[in-house]
Design a binder for this molecule. Structure first.
Ligand code: ADP
Ligand code: ASP
Ligand code: MG
Length: 445
């Protein structure tokens, strides 16, 4: 029998009722032998994620302000889960030590990681599985990069010793033995690494939606679930804000050809979304697979007559942003123009200096800057083989009176990216979605 690795997200483990669903899921299939929990998420819209509370405790402690009140919320959540599940597990010594270490200046990574650490202990006790601390299994190098080789070596050796285990998500350790976390949402990455480490037949990612949906359900009402999606398509969508799966979670399993199944903890029998390698068949399915987008970009449009014949113009332009430590998202170009699309988080307060340097190094005729830009990517492996996709997309935007500031199509032709104003973002997402997924009833735009 193959081995399944099951990762459960924060909303799937937000309270005792959710833990019960998780146990029923794990017990329903003996192949589910390795379980990766996140920290408890929100129980409702107004609730707090434990990870956010822990970051808050760290922030207050750094400012030498009292954090006991916030830590009390963390403590209460875990102790309530334990008592409602009827567990005899005593978390007080761990909670006391964690609170003391935060007070003594523990790092943000250590503090945040305790959300998964404590939840892992509870889940292991509740399932009757072995608890394995991720700090002993997942490793980073001295520069803080994930150390795939060491992790693989230790994981395959250690997991062979424990037939059933719970490994907390989100963190590992550095060569000096300090705790280090992945970026937010990183428990998805831990799940993928463990699946690779044990050579699982399937990586199940359990969450609070019926799989990967064609659009963000917070923007489009009841978007259709995607039954099957390739790693390439999913990466495009995940990178552009479809946060259901961390985009870096794809690499470890893709290499090992382990499929990912995104499933709904609240509806375990539904098929969810299967993420697979491109087997060639999907190219014939036509139309689009999904839409995703992000706000918060700036476009720097540089114009210079005869730019196309000036050797090294592109290099000079890119050397300027490189010198400022800035990376770009897209670089559409014409005969006399190049535009750089840059995330605002990259630019910070550097824009003025960057513009001065572009002017000095590239000597352009003009530089124009467009602020408050959002990007929307429409993704589909079948797009390249289906005529009329672009026409449909741009007609939908035009009908909504939405001004397109930038168009980019990856050379792999599996997506079309449009740059629009932030204020048009939600409306544009809905317009594109309904253009490709006609509704039987009038949508509530
Ligand atoms: P978990 O806590 O299980 O890791 P996340 O909150 O990280 O869950 O991801 C699931 C959430 O991702 C959903 O609740 C949904 O709001 C959001 N989301 C954004 N885009 C999509 C999409 N295309 N399909 C499904 N969910 C999406
Ligand atoms: N708890 C962490 C976060 O909120 C990691 C995760 O949920 O995957 O980002
Ligand atoms: Mg997540």
């Amino acid at each position: 029998m193959g081995i399944k690795v099951a990762k459960f997200g924060g909303s799937s483990l937000a309270d005792a009722a959710q833990f019960r669903k998780v146990r029923a899921i794990v017990e329903a299939d003996p192949a589910r032998r390795y379980v990766i929990p996140s920290a408890p998420g929100k129980r409702d819209k107004h609730d707090h994620k434990i990870t956010d509370l822990l970051y808050k405790c760290h922030e207050l402690a750094q400012e030498k302000r009292p954090f006991g009140e916030v830590f009390a919320l963390v403590k209460k959540r875990y102790l309530t889960i334990c008592s409602e599940l009827g567990l005899s597990l005593d978390l007080i010594p761990d909670l006391t030590e964690i609170e003391a270490r935060i007070g003594a200046g523990a790092s943000a990574d250590y503090t945040a990681s305790r959300g998964e650490f404590l939840n892992g202990k509870i889940l292991a006790a509740y399932l009757g599985f072995t608890f394995l601390d991720a700090a002993t299994l997942i490793f980073f190098d001295a520069e803080g990069r994930f150390d795939a080789e060491k992790t693989q070596r230790v994981l395959s050796r250690e997991l062979a010793r424990y037939p059933r285990a719970v490994i907390p998500g989100f963190y590992g350790s550095t060569p000096e033995g300090h705790v280090r976390t992945f970026s937010r949402g990183g428990s998805d990455i831990t799940g993928a690494i463990v699946a690779r480490g044990i050579n699982a037949t399937l990586y199940e990612n359990w969450t609070d939606v019926p799989g990967f949906l064609m659009a963000d359900p917070r923007i489009v009402k009841n978007p259709k679930p995607i039954r099957e999606i390739t790693y390439r398509e999913l990466r495009e969508l995940a990178y552009m804000g479809a946060s259901v799966l961390h985009e870096e979670a794809i690499f470890p399993v893709r290499e090992a050809k382990i499929p990912i199944n995104i499933k709904n903890t609240n509806d375990p029998d539904a098929p969810g979304t299967l993420i697979v390698n491109d087997n060639g068949n999907l190219q014939t399915r036509g139309s689009i697979t999904g839409i995703a987008g992000l706000k918060g970009f700036t476009i720097i449009a540089v114009e210079k007559t005869l730019m196309h014949s000036e050797l090294g113009f592109g290099r000079k332009l890119l050397s300027v942003i490189e010198a400022h430590g800035i990376s770009f998202e897209h670089m559409p170009s014409g005969i006399a123009t190049i535009s750089l699309v840059i995330a605002d988080s990259q630019l910070n307060s550097k824009l003025d200096k960057v513009l001065v340097d572009i002017d000095r190094v590239c000597e352009p005729d003009s530089i124009e800057v467009f602020h408050d830009i959002a990007l929307i990517t429409t993704v589909g492996l079948g797009m390249a083989y289906t005529p009329g996709i672009a026409a449909k997309l741009f007609t939908a935007l035009a009908q909504g009176g939405i001004n397109v500031r930038m168009i980019d199509q990856g050379s792999s032709e599996i997506n079309i990216i449009v740059g629009i104003e932030n204020k048009d973002f939600e409306e544009a997402m809905r317009r594109i979605y309904y253009a490709f997924v006609p509704q039987t009833t009038e949508p509530e735009c």
